[in-house]
Design a protein. Structure first.
Length: 269
């Protein structure tokens, strides 16, 4: 039932995207397609998380410094954010669970752009105080959702090593057991979903297609990918459910956000 529903939604989103395919300006094709993914997420992620667009900051961020515009940020709905107007927000790194970059057509250059954004976001310092129950991802997770791309997901996998080499990004070796893998953060994108085409993901996920015996047989494998006309949106939903589902009782530790203040602090008895 669950898989059948999401496969129908995936086909519907692909069909909707065809309506804007004849637009003459790339923005007029890109924005509606981004909206389709946002609408899907808003009706499926549940009340614990919220969907937005904007920038992500940490305590080390400075005014007017260059920051990436995040197509879709999935953040904890009970955490603070800054409203810049026009449905654009600034999110604290401590509040962000996942980011999604939406591409009309995925190629090597656009994947490289998404990887650079993901790597930069994952380097943001986060300070939390509290405790968690369940699976807590080792970092912000970053996904790419595309409407079109290469015919074979093996091509996407082939792009990764060249991009990571050029960007100086080292992908860590994964332990054999699933539980140990869960604790290893990916410094790059965590997954790519091309609707109607297939998926690729870094194999540190809570839920995945590959079991421990397969890991033992292929100890150097880090990425799982498959060509699939359906099941791609469904897998995105599964991954998001995993990373959002953790119960975290706590708040951002905001003391570090006070650093750099030019206030003349006084005290007395």
């Amino acid at each position: 039932m669950l898989r059948t529903n999401f496969d129908a939604v995936e086909r519907s989103i692909i069909a909707q995207s065809g309506i804007v395919s004849s637009a003459g300006h790339t923005l007029h094709r890109g924005y509606p397609r981004e909206h389709f993914i946002k609408s899907f997420l808003e009706t499926h992620v549940g009340a614990r998380a919220a969907i937005g667009t904007g920038e992500i900051i940490s305590a080390d961020s400075r005014p007017r410094e260059s920051r990436n515009q995040i197509d879709i940020a999935i953040y904890r709905a009970d955490y603070p954010k800054l409203d810049l107007g026009g449905d654009t927000n600034v999110f604290l790194a401590e509040s962000v669970i996942a980011t999604i970059e939406v591409k009309s057509t995925l190629d090597s250059d656009k994947l490289g752009q998404a990887i650079r954004v993901a790597n930069k976001v994952k380097q943001l310092k986060r300070e939390m105080c509290g405790f968690s129950v369940g699976y807590l991802p080792p970092s912000i997770v970053s996904y790419v959702v595309a409407y079109d791309g290469p015919a074979n997901m093996n091509t996407v996998h082939g792009w990764l090593s060249d991009i990571h080499r050029d960007e100086g990004i080292s992908i860590p070796r994964l332990p054999e057991s699933r539980q140990q893998r869960n604790a290893v953060a990916c410094p790059s994108i965590d997954a790519v979903f091309i609707l109607g085409r297939g998926f690729l993901y870094f194999d540190n996920t809570l839920t995945g297609y590959v079991s421990n015996p397969i890991h033992a047989q292929h100890p150097d494998a880090k990425w799982i990918y498959s060509n699939s006309e359906d099941g791609n949106l469904y897998l995105l939903f599964i991954f998001l459910t995993d990373v959002i589902g953790c119960f975290f009782a706590g708040v951002p530790r905001l003391t570090s956000y006070l650093r750099g203040s030019d206030l003349q602090i006084q005290w007395g008895e």
